[in-house]
Design a protein around this ligand. Structure first.
Ligand code: COA
Length: 372
């Protein structure tokens, strides 16, 4: 049975932080830190914390602002992390809550009742607890029967989730699979690290993957999927139940997101471009057959280069749209936000590519064709 994307959903937090606001709080924090460590800095035993810079951030990443679940804590120089109240076990978890919001939108857009869904995959770069799986809580909140589980392939989680769901449909083990990506990246970002404090934002996306014969006519055929992983320590987060040093934001180091950004840039761009090109060949397509690429949203420069290596020329904003300016990097959700926001103009027969890449390293491609 051909798997299709029936609909997508997007939940965006109410609160937003501009580069200006983020840099002001970082600089206030670094001034305080330098004052507190003045003697050591004067003695030359510790290096002062330099200021961050709005122009650098926009030029290096293409990011102008980001949405977050809590703004006040992140921009308070005495806190420098989101303040998210712990909830009792009888209340829905925040990750489940935002995933349910995105999921309901996808189900509404597809005209699908939760009772008709067979499985839920929660695919995200960080889960807020070990178990029960976030996916099972989301399944219960929506009133879905069948089964649910979590999966984590960092920024590539959504394309890995789509292929997993598509494989269930292809094998006949499920006919309707809800795949959600709640990403509270602000919770694992070190807001006191100048090199990366600007990178991430929060969001939730949902994709409904179904068998073609049960989907509404206005769907997207999934014409080919591929996944790849190659181990690298260049993007890493060591938080976990075996390393329980609390990531308190200030002073936190490798229990939060850390990366070698330059190496990531250099190593991931050729890997992803080669993967897309070999998939195009395997599927009997050429790059000119693609009306649009919805690429992972980590860095505008990376996307420019990957698109150019695929097309043999620079892509237009219409061919490779960005949401980085407003959403920043939202890990697994980025390419799905781009698809959700920039796909209404497709007509029957138009082809496109959803592509993600990130920690692992990992990369995934999902080729789609508009059915009607
Ligand atoms: N404000 C001002 N200056 C800053 C800064 C900031 N916030 N952060 C870094 N700098 C400085 C650096 O200290 C460095 O100074 P130096 O030349 O004096 O040493 C200079 O700016 C360049 O830093 P660098 O880290 O080399 O910048 P870059 O051009 O490589 O851009 C990234 C940094 C992270 C934006 C870029 O490497 C990138 O996007 N890589 C891929 C990241 C990615 O996709 N990760 C996946 C996450 S899922």
């Amino acid at each position: 049975m051909t798997p299709v994307i029936s609909a997508t959903g997007l939940w965006t937090p109410d609160e937003m932080i501009s580069n200006e606001e983020l840099v002001a709080s970082f600089n206030a924090w670094s001034d305080k830190w330098n004052a507190a460590h003045a003697a050591d800095i004067d003695a030359g035993t510790v290096a002062p914390k330099p200021h961050s810079n709005v122009e650098f951030i926009e030029k290096a990443s293409g990011i102008k602002s980001r949405y977050v679940v809590n703004k006040s804590g992140v921009i308070d120089p005495d806190i420098m992390r989101p303040v998210i109240a712990e909830r009792p076990n009888d209340q829905i978890s925040i990750m489940a809550e935002i995933a349910v919001e995105a999921a309901r939108q996808a189900l509404d857009r597809a005209g699908r009742r939760p009772q008709e869904v067979d499985a839920v995959l929660c695919a995200a770069s960080n889960m807020q607890r070990a178990y029960p799986a976030m996916a099972v809580e989301i399944q219960a909140a929506l009133g879905i029967e069948g089964f649910a589980f979590d999966m984590n392939v960092a920024c590539s989680s959504a394309t890995f989730g789509i292929q997993t769901a598509a494989d269930f449909v292809r094998s006949g083990s499920a006919r309707s699979v809800l795949m959600v990506n709640p990403e509270i990246c602000s919770g694992h970002l070190n807001f006191t690290d100048r090199d990366s404090h600007f990178i991430f934002g929060d969001v939730a996306t949902a994709v409904l993957i179904e068998a073609e014969d049960v989907a509404a006519p206005d769907h997207w055929k999934i014409t080919g999927t591929s996944l790849k992983t190659v181990f690298s320590n260049n993007i890493r987060n060591n938080f976990g139940f075996l390393n329980r040093t609390a990531p308190e934001g200030v002073g936190a180091s490798d229990k939060l997101f850390v990366q070698e950004g330059r190496k990531v840039f250099r190593e991931v761009v050729p890997m992803v471009a080669a993967m897309i090109n070999s998939e195009l060949e395997r599927l009997g397509l050429v790059s000119g057959d693609l009306r649009r690429m919805w690429l992972h949203q980590a860095n505008a420069g990376m996307n420019r280069l990957i698109a150019a290596k695929v097309l043999g020329r620079d892509a237009t904003p219409d061919e490779s749209p960005t949401v980085l300016d407003t959403y920043a990097n939202t890990s697994s959700a980025g390419s799905i936000i781009a698809f959700h926001k920039h796909s209404d103009d497709f007509v029957a027969g138009d082809r496109g590519l959803i592509c993600s890449f990130g920690a692992g390293y990992s990369a995934g491609t999902v080729f789609v064709e508009k059915a009607a």
